[in-house]
Design a protein around this ligand. Structure first.
Ligand code: NAD
Ligand code: WQD
Length: 337
């Protein structure tokens, strides 16, 4: 079965292509390479023995997408393409609304025209805003604290409205918590352009000497060790969550929403200690001010995905760190090397 994977050359998309191929699906990638390299697609090929077809193009291009959906006999679409940097979304909100929201509308219009009705969307724990109760369930209140978060929330609302208006769609919303890690081969991982925004890639760059030290944003949160708590989940578990969603909901109409996390909160210091252990030395760090907009703690309630998708995150925090380190130490400059 052929699956269109937008953003399939990116971090989560490329690893999802590996899982799809290993499960017998044929991914067809559409990516404008604005935040990725073709080397990731080659790596998918060398890991699985099947290099996916990759079209360099934009989700702004409806005609191209209609043509791909029809000519490749696509049955489902997994939609990763989007911009994801929270701070950049504050300084360039229109770019985020255009790329993420308008881009998704264009993709849905192309699917409408081509008669494809199965859609899986990359949403984010960011749609829970600053949660009052932990862990967050799929029914916890939603809000957004950044333009990036609002794009995810808007798209969720668009999908819910679409399901009401056109009940023949199968629309799955996967809310990832904090995907980290890499393929255990060290061949595919997160290749941050510029200064990483997120904790794990920053830590990995400290470990290979590209950054001097890890700034720890805030030590006075109301958490056990004072640093902020998140639900880090191995990216391959997230990738496998897409295969589980595709298997379960292909052709099953309505909106299906799931948290993809481990259900366990870990502090910045816990991750820092686990990563130092994985790379075999104590890394330099400095406690600095809180990062504006950060929340103290969030982790997922995961029983819905367990029950309905028969999916659960299997990989440990140590594996997340070891796999990241294997990728970063083998590719200190990312795919450019
Ligand atoms: P990524 O930047 O590595 O991958 C996104 C891919 O989409 C890139 O290859 C990029 O080139 C491509 N792309 C962007 N705009 C495009 C466009 N207009 N047309 C075609 N291709 C385009 O990011 P990722 O970490 O793999 O994230 C994938 C998705 O998951 C994103 O939608 C992101 O918002 C969402 N998400 C990510 C995280 C995370 O922590 N990484 C957490 C929650 C949700
Ligand atoms: C984790 C913790 C930081 C960097 C963001 C997006 C969210 C989702 C995942 C896409 C926080 C601390 C970080 C550093 C640090 N992405 N930190 N030093 O903020 O939970 O979520 O990425 O949807 O939408 O908001 O992840 O990895 O940036 O931060 O101390 O150099 O690490 O303050 O507590 P976050 P993160």
């Amino acid at each position: 079965m052929n699956v269109l994977v937008t953003g399939g050359a990116g971090y989560i998309g490329s690893l999802t292509c590996v899982s799809l191929i290993e499960s017998g699906y044929t991914p067809v990638i559409l990516d404008n390479l604005s935040n990725s390299k073709l080397a990731a697609v080659e790596a998918i090929g060398s890991l699985t023995g099947k290099t996916p077809e990759c079209h360099v193009g934009d989700i702004g291009d409806i005609a191209l997408m209609v043509e791909l959906l029809r000519s490749r006999k696509i049955e489902s679409v997994i939609h990763f393409a989007g911009k994801k940097a929270v701070s950049e979304s504050v300084s360039k909100p229109l770019d985020y609304y255009r790329n993420n929201v308008t881009g998704t509308l264009n993709l849905l219009a192309a699917m409408q025209e081509a008669g494809v009705r199965d859609f899986i969307f990359s949403s984010s724990a960011t749609v829970y805003g600053e949660p009052k109760q932990m862990p967050v369930t799929e029914n916890s209140p939603r809000s957004a604290v950044s333009p990036y978060g609002r794009t995810k929330l808007m798209i969720e609302h668009i999908l819910e409205d679409l399901a009401r208006a056109e009940p023949d769609w199968s629309l799955t919303i996967l809310r990832y918590f904090n995907p980290v890690g890499a393929h255990p081969s060290g061949r595919i991982g997160e290749d941050s352009q510029g200064v990483p925004n997120n904790l794990m890639p920053y830590l990995a760059q400290v470990a290979v000497g590209r950054r001097d030290y890890l700034p720890i944003f805030g030590g006075d949160y109301p958490t056990p060790d004072g640093t902020a708590v998140r639900d880090y989940v191995h990216v391959l578990d997230v990738a496998e969550g897409h295969v589980a969603a595709l298997r379960t909901h292909k052709g099953q109409v309505g909106v299906h929403t799931y948290n993809l996390g481990t259900g366990q909160g870990r502090s910045v210091l816990e991750l820092f200690t686990a990563f130092s252990h994985a790379c075999g030395r104590n890394l330099p760090s400095r406690l600095v001010e809180r990062r504006p907009g950060d929340i103290a703690a969030i982790w997922a309630e995961i029983s819905k995905a367990e029950r309905q998708l028969n999916w659960r995150a299997r990989r440990s925090l140590d594996e997340m760190c070891q796999d990241t380190w294997r990728w970063q130490s083998a590719n200190p400059d990312g795919y450019r090397a």
